[in-house]
Write a protein that binds this ligand. Structure first.
Ligand code: BGC
Length: 928
């Protein structure tokens, strides 16, 4: 199987069928279909921002894929090609609005083609079924909004759907979306009950169009299950009151996120439950055995395909713990398993197992008498088995009603960490009234720990500085026990440089990726340390040079497969592609919890449930590791909204952190598959994640035993790791002290000169940071590199210089000519540089960029069509900035210069290419 075929298979498996009356889908060979909606051609393959910026060589769309299936498999009698042409013509005149192309500028949806009665009626005369495709996007720096065209249908979509439903009795709606959206319209009488089938096909990467076409035609079948609850109203979600604001964002819903909330307090608010998804067939699910021994719950279930079509079913096991004094959700997902493909009539026995203690509750108040412990309170633990959270029956365990614990059991004793210091109230179940609990509020326990003392006690021993003893990094590759002796040789200035990652578009690694780190100065390189490279992520490799890579489906789709095995297979392909591109780690998977359906980056994350998210992350990481690469799990933690992402403070109870927001990270870390982790932009309980000691050291490193690398998010800010207070990007001392290792990112070639003026060295001098702490960070970086693909390749020179030998020797007559050293702007025509010598040339550029501080874009300077240098542009707040972008070797002659992949928003003012008195000794050279 190829990577593309695997992408298609996964994209099919994540499709969730919400409704299918009269078996409108799959289409039969006799069906002829009419496809409406612009997204039939303009397929949304991913969301926006860093996670959606893979350059693909193609994207499949629905209509072309249906036509292909018609021709190759005779899967359909026909597709309305006249209608398709009407859409194509209209799209030419009404092109996709990318909002100008800038960062986070694209609207959530596009204008729909207005439908005239005659177009629809004519189509309905000759076609038995209609498909209407609805598209939505969102992404980094842009949450969805409870507005038409985002959460709600747009007026254009509504009116198109009304027309379609008036003319067609059998309408199938396909949702090509990055996030869940309002679904109430399905039941709207304006559509006459003609919306018979609804499929959420998400955004399936480059193969998504083909995948949904194959499902509709019955060449594949849906087996996806929702990874989030679809509620009746956007305000039904318990985070609604506290979402999207700046400053303190109070997590008042506490552990009651998604179905945990709905099953406990508001089952009537659910439109489509968590775990729900139909199939083209039917299944019976029978529990054969259930037992409990030594903390393990074992459930055996027989699944039979009782219908007429092949399919797969997902069996889900939920626990209801006794309310006790802490209060519990009525349902918590404890295990799941998916069958293999079951032909009609066939069966499979699934064995599901979990540890009851994994679903213990964290007592952050001491109410049980066991403060800071995970406890199983006494009482009856009921177990439910089914195919979604609402459709799960209570089963008996060892012939009893459930698992009865006669007394409270302390499962784990921890120390208070990362708790809030701002008072607020959280929700809690009161008394059971029929099917739901009344809702009470209680004060959230506040922090009592002395962070300064805790940090002092944790200070590592320093390795005495030895100066250069001749140990080189390759010696450590051969014998890791030499690592401390190796570090002892590196002086504090070089160590301080090592914790600064450089990017984006560093020339020290594969150009076009997010950062280079490790051996990024000449002195570090002289010790033999290579530079590791990381790229976005999570759905494919982002290369801002425009180089192509494969694009996988979005995280939410992956979670909806409920199939960890297939995710591991998919990410094994991804890992191979990373190794081929000489990239060490993918910046993903993202495992933040879907706290609100409006979070713009939900598409990069998996689910509202930490167990499902954790399993998916482990599978992705395992696949990447298996291929010899790795992943960087992100964004640690409680990064639940894009609005004010760098300034908001998630105020959240320690219980909710530990049971919900950290849980998927914990599972992944404890699986042993995590080698690299990225902290988030936001603060948690007053401490920015990048400098949050309790988060990174107390919990991640000391409790979970994590010994891998930790990096910040790009241009993150830190505040004082003890006192909190305001944040800055200079406080690397607090970053290191908190247990973080790499600051991402300083400018290219900025590490050595400390271009942001960070306080690592001044804090060492002042005694507020110890050499041992700095050495610890370096050790984590070097340990990562030791296992990374870069250590298996020959050490390359610090920078690779491109050598262009394709010069025209005669003066060209078809464009303007700039002399070397002369400022020019290669726009609006053909431009040549006249290189007067065979020499090294320095390319510098002057540009400005408006917009949000974290907005990313790039402009590539091309020589004879090949990328030679890049102006990596984050916002300069409109101020003109000049950077040395690269050095290249040019022979004497004339070279065509152009700017490519320039994102709107960047204003390039001028380029200067001038010869330098650099002799290319010891330089890595590749010829173009
Ligand atoms: C995002 C990260 C991403 C990084 C590098 C940041 O803006 O939050 O998820 O990996 O940029 O592109």
């Amino acid at each position: 199987m190829t990577f593309a075929e695997k992408i298609c298979q996964v994209a099919e498996e994540g499709v969730v069928l919400l409704k299918n009356e009269d078996r409108v889908v799959p289409f039969s060979k006799e069906d002829s279909v009419a496809v409406f909606g612009r997204c039939q051609f303009e397929y949304y393959r991913s969301g926006m921002g860093s996670g959606g910026s893979v350059h693909v060589s193609y994207t499949t769309n629905l209509t072309d894929s249906l036509l292909e299936l018609c021709a190759s498999h005779k899967a359909l009698a026909g597709v309305d090609t006249k209608l398709a042409k009407t859409y194509r013509d209209w799209l030419q005149k009404n092109p996709f609005d990318n909002g100008g192309g800038g960062w986070a500028a694209e609207p959530w949806s596009q204008k729909e083609m207005p439908l005239s009665d005659s177009v629809v009626l004519e189509s309905a005369k000759n076609h038995s079924k209609a498909i209407f495709v609805i598209g939505r996007t969102a992404g980094e720096d842009k949450d969805n909004k409870a507005e038409k065209g985002s959460w709600y249908l747009s007026d254009g979509e509504r009116s198109a759907l009304e027309k379609i439903c008036s003319a067609f009795e059998n309408v199938c709606v396909v949702l090509n979306v990055s996030n869940i959206m309002d679904m109430e319209w399905i039941f709207d009488s304006a559509f006459k009950g003609h919306i018979k089938s609804v499929l959420v096909s998400w955004q399936g990467g480059q193969e998504g169009g083909r995948a949904i076409a194959r499902i509709l035609c019955g060449c594949a079948y849906p087996s996806g299950k929702l990874s989030d609850t679809i509620a009746r109203h956007v305000d039904s979600y318990p985070s609604a009151k506290n979402f999207g604001n700046d400053g303190n964002v109070f997590y008042q819903e506490d552990i009651y996120v998604g179905y945990r909330y709905f099953s406990t307090f508001a089952p009537e608010e659910v439109r489509f439950p968590f775990g729900f998804g139909l199939s083209y067939t039917t299944f019976s699910v029978e529990t054969q055995k259930a037992s409990f021994k030594d903390d393990s719950v074992f459930v055996q279930v027989n699944v039979k395909n009782t219908g007429t079509h092949a399919g797969k079913e997902v069996v889900q096991v939920y626990v209801e713990a006794p309310q006790g004094v802490l209060g519990k959700p009525r349902r918590v997902l404890a295990a799941f398993a998916k069958t293999s493909e079951l032909a009609a009539g066939s069966c499979e026995v699934l064995n599901l197992e979990f540890k009851l203690s994994d679903f213990a509750s964290y007592d952050d108040s001491g109410a049980t008498g066991n403060k800071s412990c995970f406890v199983l309170e006494e009482g009856l633990y009921k177990i439910f088995v089914g195919t979604d959270v609402q459709n799960a029956e209570q089963i008996s365990v060892d012939g009893k009603a459930g698992i009865e614990l006669e007394k409270l059991k302390v499962v784990q004793t921890l120390s208070e960490a990362s708790s809030p210091s701002v008072p607020f109230k959280r929700i809690k179940p009161g008394s059971l009234l029929g099917e739901k609990y009344s809702l009470l509020e209680e004060d959230v326990p506040l922090s009592k720990i002395n962070l300064a003392e805790r940090i002092q006690k944790n200070l590592p021993k320093e390795i005495p500085f030895t100066g250069d003893k001749g140990i080189r990094f390759k010696d450590v590759i051969n014998d890791r026990s030499k690592l401390n002796d190796f570090i002892a040789q590196i002086d504090k200035t070089e160590l301080a440089a090592m914790i600064r990652g450089e990017g984006m578009m560093s020339q020290k690694v594969t150009v076009g990726i997010a950062a280079a780190y490790g051996g990024i100065t000449q002195k570090l390189r002289d010790f033999g340390i290579p530079a590791a490279g990381c790229s976005d992520g999570p759905s494919g490799i982002r290369l801002d040079t425009g180089k192509e890579a494969n694009l996988m489906p979005i995280g939410t789709l992956l979670a909806c497969t409920w199939n960890p095995k297939i995710i591991e297979e998919l990410y094994t392909f991804e890992g191979k592609e990373l190794v081929q591109y000489e990239i060490d780690t993918l910046l993903g998977p993202g495992v933040n919890i879907h706290r609100s359906p409006l979070n713009g980056r939900n598409f990069e994350y998996y689910s509202e449930d930490p167990l499902l998210s954790g399993f998916m992350a482990i599978s992705a990481l395992r696949g990447l590791n298996r291929a010899g690469a790795s992943g960087t799990i992100k964004h640690f933690a409680a990064n639940s909204q894009e609005a004010f992402r760098r300034s908001q403070n998630s105020v959240v109870s320690e219980r909710a952190l530990r049971e919900i927001y950290l849980k998927a990270f914990e599972r992944a870390v404890k699986s042993g598959e995590v080698k690299s982790l990225m902290t988030s932009y936001n603060a948690i309980n007053g401490h920015w994640s990048a400098s949050n000691f309790d988060l990174v050291t107390t919990i991640l490193r000391n409790e979970w035993g994590y010994s891998g690398l930790v990096m910040t998010d790009w241009w993150a800010t830190m505040n004082d790791c003890v006192l909190g207070g305001s944040d800055t990007l200079k406080n690397t001392a607090s970053l290191i002290r908190s247990g973080n290792d790499v600051y991402m990112v300083v400018d290219n070639d900025g590490a050595e000169k400390n271009c942001y003026g960070d306080n690592t060295l001044s804090s060492l001098e002042a005694g507020t940071l110890s050499l041992g702490e700095l050495q610890n960070a370096a050790r984590n970086i070097l340990n990562f590199i030791l296992d990374a693909p870069v250590s298996k390749r020959p050490l390359r020179p610090l920078k690779i210089f491109k050598s262009f030998t394709t010069a025209l020797t005669k003066m060209p007559t078809d464009g303007k000519i700039a002399k070397e050293g002369e400022a020019f702007l290669p726009e609006g025509g053909v431009f040549y540089l006249q290189a007067e010598h065979d020499a090294m040339y320095n390319i510098s550029g002057t540009y400005s960029k408006d917009g949000d501080d974290l907005s990313q874009s790039v402009s590539n300077i091309m020589i004879d069509g090949a990328q030679a240098a890049s102006l990596e542009c984050r916002s300069t707040a409109g101020i003109e900035t000049t950077v040395n972008a690269a050095q290249v070797h040019l022979e004497k002659g004339f070279y065509k210069i152009s700017l490519e992949h320039t994102m709107p928003g960047i204003k390039v003012k001028q380029i200067i290419i001038s010869s330098e008195v650099i002799t290319p000794v010891s330089l890595g050279v590749i010829s173009i």
